[in-house]
Design a protein around this ligand. Sequence first.
Ligand SMILES: NC(=O)c1ccc[n+]([C@@H]2O[C@H](COP(=O)([O-])OP(=O)(O)OC[C@H]3O[C@@H](n4cnc5c(N)ncnc54)[C@H](O)[C@@H]3O)[C@@H](O)[C@H]2O)c1
Length: 323
Amino acid sequence: MQVLVTGGAGYIGSHTVQKLLDAGYGVVVYDNVTTGFREAIPVGAELIMGDVRDKLMLSRVMKDKKISAVVHFAAKLIVSESVEKPLDYYENNTMGALALAQACIENEVGMVVFSSTSMVYAGAEVSYMLTEISPTSPSNPYGQTKLMSELILRDCEKPYGLRSVCLRYFNVAGAALDGKNGQRTKNATHLIKVASEAACGKRESVGIFGTDYPTEDGTGVRDYIHVEDLAELHVLALKYLNDGGRSEVFNCGYGRGFSVREVIDAVRKVSGVNFKVVEQPRRAGDAVYLVADSSKIRKAFSWTPKYDNLELICQTAYNWEKR
Ligand SMILES: NC(=O)c1ccc[n+]([C@@H]2O[C@H](COP(=O)([O-])OP(=O)(O)OC[C@H]3O[C@@H](n4cnc5c(N)ncnc54)[C@H](O)[C@@H]3O)[C@@H](O)[C@H]2O)c1
């Protein structure tokens, strides 16, 4: 079975490509490498340079490569940038998802696994776990583009038979345990990546945005999932669709929250480096708690995470950064 992976040159995409190859799928990566890297693409996958908004080219690739399913990662994902340039985000992410759905329908490609995000939720002011039926109300344009993409896909099942699994990732971090792949993102805003860079001397300090939140230590709380566990979930989602599963939305997290200070302490511990931390005011649009209730995906896919361990996540991220 041939799978088209848009954004497969990116961080999560390239880890997933490896898992798909390991599971025996043929993989065609479709990417414009704006934030991705050719060298991240695992051996065995073919790269086609293209833009997801280019429906004609997408359609031709699906036809020529006899594609049966798509895993759609390609997107822009910097929240602050989406606030400054919302139209770039609607164009790239939402129009990209629309073009992708149209190309799938034209070519009778009936299965899509989509990268969504916890940012689709309104977020919680108090400590509770978000379920898939918690209210959606994104606080920034990036989250809106993802929710709109989810809706486009959801509405395609009945009239066109295009079935989809939308995976709502919480905070993704870490690197492959064999050290062969990890996060290459330039100017990353992800806390564990940023802290690992600081521990390696690539940044002067790590900022904490908000120390007066109503949490135990005053900093925001997030659910961190190891990239290898997340990549595996894409393989399981594809199997679910291939077995005839209906369109669904699933949270991808471990169901445990860690504060910004706890994460910084973990990176300091695994690296042995006491890097500088700078406390700054809250950022607009940041939620207090974003923690997944992941019982739905655990049950549907009989999934047990392998790397549900904050220190292990930080250790793999730090090892990758050092290398
Ligand atoms: N990293 C996280 O913590 C996180 C959390 C939630 C959701 N996500 C989602 O996961 C997906 C992958 O994120 P990532 O962290 O791997 O980011 P990334 O930037 O490493 O990967 C994105 C890839 O998409 C490609 N791309 C972007 N726009 C494109 C376009 N128009 N046409 C073709 N290719 C295009 C980029 O070149 C890159 O290779 C994104 O959809 C993102 O919204 C990520």
